[in-house]
Design a protein around this ligand. Structure first.
Ligand code: DOR
Length: 304
């Protein structure tokens, strides 16, 4: 991901597979299952200025095709993350992408400003799309002007590559991606989770305490793939594609739809080495077909 503005840093990944935000914590929990150096990147759990306990339980539901969550951004707060998690993450070569989940424009810019001087951060994922924080019903990512404003304000205060994370819960995701691009984003990542719910027929009540949550996993893959396809046609900046990627074959579809790199989220819960398996499978496909760069696959399905 090349930095678009004057003086901006670029983001280079050793392989195109990133552990999606919210699924690896800050990496420590997964360190015993795999060598974090083998990941292309790790997007850490969404950070807020202050520590948060998140929403009341139950806040996770498994369904046959995916998972619902209404976590509500449980995290140690920005300073807690910098102090407790960064010394560990800095011992690895893997690109660390800090997901910042502000509640106001000022919170986004304050976090971006603080992270500018933290060694070992390689990029910012600006999470305008968390479905579980109630802001009078509005998610920033549904409002093109808000997305552009937040992006403009964040790029002003950072030299880090800025990746804006988009919500699938919109009518025209291409339009929202264009707002991020117009605001100066270096890349977009998509999708965040799809709003859904589950009901317990024994109690006749919603399972999640907060009723609705974000659906992820195989259930959302066709939606995510369609939206990556639409965004590829709408903007020129790179796309990080995600949504139900469980296997290398899934990831290849996202690359062909237009993604420059992919993230694996829910897949990590089913298979702790999913990221590595996906990266190896992409590699095997490329070798088999005589390809040398992932970019040869990006958007391939748009070309006849
Ligand atoms: O599904 C999600 N859950 N997406 C987010 O961006 C945040 C997360 C949470 O903590 O609720």
């Amino acid at each position: 991901i090349p930095g678009r503005r004057e003086g901006a840093r670029s983001l280079t990944l050793d392989n195109p597979v990133i552990a999606a935000s919210g699924t690896f914590g800050s990496g420590r929990e997964y360190g015993e299952y795999l060598d974090l150096n083998q990941l292309g990147g790790i997007a850490v759990k969404g950070l807020t200025p202050e520590p948060r306990e998140g929403n009341p339980l139950p806040r996770i539901v498994e369904t046959p095709m995916g998972m619902l969550n209404s976590i509500g951004l449980q995290n140690p707060g920005l300073e807690g993350f910098i102090k407790e998690e960064m010394p560990f993450l800095r011992t690895y070569e893997t690109a660390v992408i800090a997901n910042i989940s502000g509640n106001t424009v000022a919170e986004f810019t304050a976090m971006a400003t603080r992270l500018e001087s933290v060694p070992g951060i390689h990029g910012l994922e600006v999470n305008v799309s968390c479905p579980n924080i109630h802001r009078g019903g509005e998610v920033f990512a549904t409002n093109p002007e808000m997305v552009q404003t937040i992006t403009e304000e964040v790029v002003k205060v950072t030299t880090l590559p800025v990746i804006v994370k988009l919500s699938p819960n919109v009518t025209d995701i291409g339009l929202i991606a264009q707002s991020a691009e117009a605001g100066g984003a270096d890349a977009v990542s998509l999708i965040n989770t799809v709003l859904g719910m589950a009901i317990d027929i024994k109690t006749r009540q919603p399972v999640l305490k907060r009723v609705m949550g974000g659906l992820s996993g195989p259930a959302v893959k066709p939606i995510a793939l369609r939206q990556v396809w639409q965004v590829y046609q709408a903007v020129k900046i790179p796309i990080i594609g995600m949504g139900g990627i469980m296997t290398a074959e899934d990831a290849l579809e996202f690359l062909m739809a237009g993604a420059a790199a992919v993230s694996v989220g829910t897949g990590n819960f089913v298979n702790p080495t999913a990221c590595i398996d996906v990266a190896e499978g992409i590699n095997a496909y490329m070798e088999k077909h005589g390809l040398h760069r992932v970019s040869e696959l990006t958007g391939a399905a748009h070309k006849q």
